[in-house]
Each structure stands twice: as C-alpha cells, then as structure tokens.
Design a binder for this molecule. Structure first.
Ligand SMILES: Nc1ncnc2c1ncn2[C@@H]1O[C@H](COP(=O)(O)OP(=O)(O)OP(=O)(O)O)[C@@H](O)[C@H]1O
Ligand SMILES: [Mg+2]
Length: 244
C-alpha cells in the first residue's frame, strides 16, 4: 500500500532524510519512533506529499508521488492525516468540519456528506457534539473529531503524527482506543508515536529513526522482545522511554 524507496530529502544544506526505504502492506500497522529531530514527521509528511523530496520515490496504492503526471491533491485526498494539534477549522461547527472536504474535494452532496460525517462522529462517541465549535470541545474530543474527519474521506491509509502527545494524560486513552479499533478493523496505518503500549497492542512493525535514517525496521515482537539485538541507539532510546 505504501512503498518508500530510497528517499533523500534536504532542507537547504541539511539532509533531513537519508536513504529511507520501507514497505507498508495493506492492513499493516507500522509505528515510527525515534528521538526528536530524527525526521519522523518529515518522513510521514512525504507520504502524503505535504513535503517534497529531492530523490527516491514513494508509491501509495500504486500512485507514484515523484511521477510528474501525478495529481498530488487527488492523492492527498486518499491519505488521511492526523496531526498533534488537531488542526480543525476553529470557525466551523463540528458538522461543517466533517463535511467541507467531502463536498469540496470529493464532490459529495451536502446530505451525503452530513450523513457520513455524523455516522463517523457517532463512531468516535461524539454524536451529541455535532453542532458545537472545536473550541467547545476538550483536546481528546477534538482529536477524535480530527480522526473522524480524516475517515470521512474514505482514505486508503491513515497517517498519524504524535496524535496524543499534546493531550492531557486522561484524554490519551480515548484517542488511542479509537486508533486501536481502526487498526483492528484492518486500516493501513503509519503512526509516529511514543505510546509503546499502543505499539505493543496493535503494531505489526516498529520503525526506529535516528538522524534522518531508518535504523530499525522490524516485527514488533523482535523490537520489544530481543532488545539486545537492536542497534545501540535504539537500545538507548528504548531504555529512556520504557524506564517509567
Ligand atoms: N521546514 C524546515 N526547514 C528546515 N529544517 C527543518 C524544517 N522542518 C524540520 N526541519 C529539521 O529537520 C529535522 C527533522 O525534523 P522532524 O520534524 O521531521 O523531526 P521529528 O523526528 O518529527 O522530531 P519531533 O520528535 O521533535 O517531532 C530537524 O532537525 C528539524 O529541525
Ligand atoms: Mg515530529
């Protein structure tokens, strides 16, 4: 479903991604972790063409991002993205947030879009909040709306960039529960997260990045089970985040 092929990317002179390659199969859940600044956000933003890269290619469901004839807005509309800071439209109601891209980008009728949006809002447990504005919801609720909004576009894959790291601790689980459900339903997911409980529960593979490179790319059981077989950098990182 996602094929990342020897991607190199620079910001000016600074090489932010170096020789990144990996594959994500349909229905697979891949957790991406690694130290701050290692290029995790940049890598997943490249997957939905939010960030351009200079070398290599990324193919999403058969569509090459590097190919000049590719319609990037169309590709982007099929890749769901959930960010750390929700990025809902603050001046629109929850219903409007859930329907605007469906009508504007996919050309759905207003009724169809509302029907779909409300069904997804119900699914994330927030049907009663449809008429509110984002500012009237908690962080955890806003993030669940953001997930519903992404799902309303019928994405072929879902990308998450630290979706719980801006939340108060008691709201983390309500968002992770929605993500676990999605994973169990067979959604193809690439998630940047340091929630190792989530990784243990639903990830098929774990990718560890350091200084722009994919240093580890292995099955979850290998990643957590045989820590001494991991690179020194991954061991240090895991020791730090698993300490408490
Ligand atoms: N627009 C930009 N221009 C120049 N450098 C950038 C830009 N965006 C990111 N960088 C640099 O690229 C590197 C990777 O950034 P990125 O945001 O991908 O890291 P990350 O692994 O997601 O980190 P974090 O865990 O803090 O979110 C960092 O050194 C960052 O400073
Ligand atoms: Mg990041």
């Amino acid at each position: 479903m996602i094929s990342i092929q020897n991607v190199n990317k620079w910001y000016g002179d600074f090489q932010v991604l170096t020789g990144c390659s990996t594959e994500v199969s349909k229905g697979e859940v891949v957790v991406v972790c690694g130290p701050s600044g290692s290029g995790k956000s940049t890598l997943i933003k490249c997957v939905n063409a939010l960030e351009p890269f200079q070398q290599g290619d990324i193919v999403v469901d058969g569509t090459s991002i590097a190919a000049p004839q590719t319609n990037l807005p169309q590709l982007r509309s099929r890749v769901g993205m959930v960010f750390q800071h929700f990025e809902l439209f603050p001046h629109l109601s929850i219903t409007e947030n859930l329907t605007i891209a469906q009508t504007k980008v996919l050309g759905r009728s207003k009724d169809e879009a509302i029907d779909k949006g409300l069904r997804l809002l119900d699914r994330v447990g927030l049907k009663a909040h449809a008429h509110k504005h984002p500012g009237q919801l908690s962080g955890g609720q806003q993030q669940r709306v953001a997930i519903a909004r992404a799902l309303a576009m019928d994405p072929v894959v879902m990308l998450f960039d630290e979706p719980t790291s801006a939340l108060d601790p008691e709201m983390v689980n309500e968002v992770l529960d929605v993500m676990v459900e999605l994973a169990q339903e067979g959604m193809t997911m690439m998630c940047v997260t340091h929630e190792m409980g989530f990784a243990r529960k639903v990830a098929d593979r774990v990718i560890f990045m350091d200084r722009g490179q994919i240093v580890e790319d292995c099955a979850k059981d290998a990643f957590f089970g045989d820590i001494h077989a991991r690179s020194e950098r991954a061991q240090q990182f895991l020791a730090k985040i698993l300490q408490h």
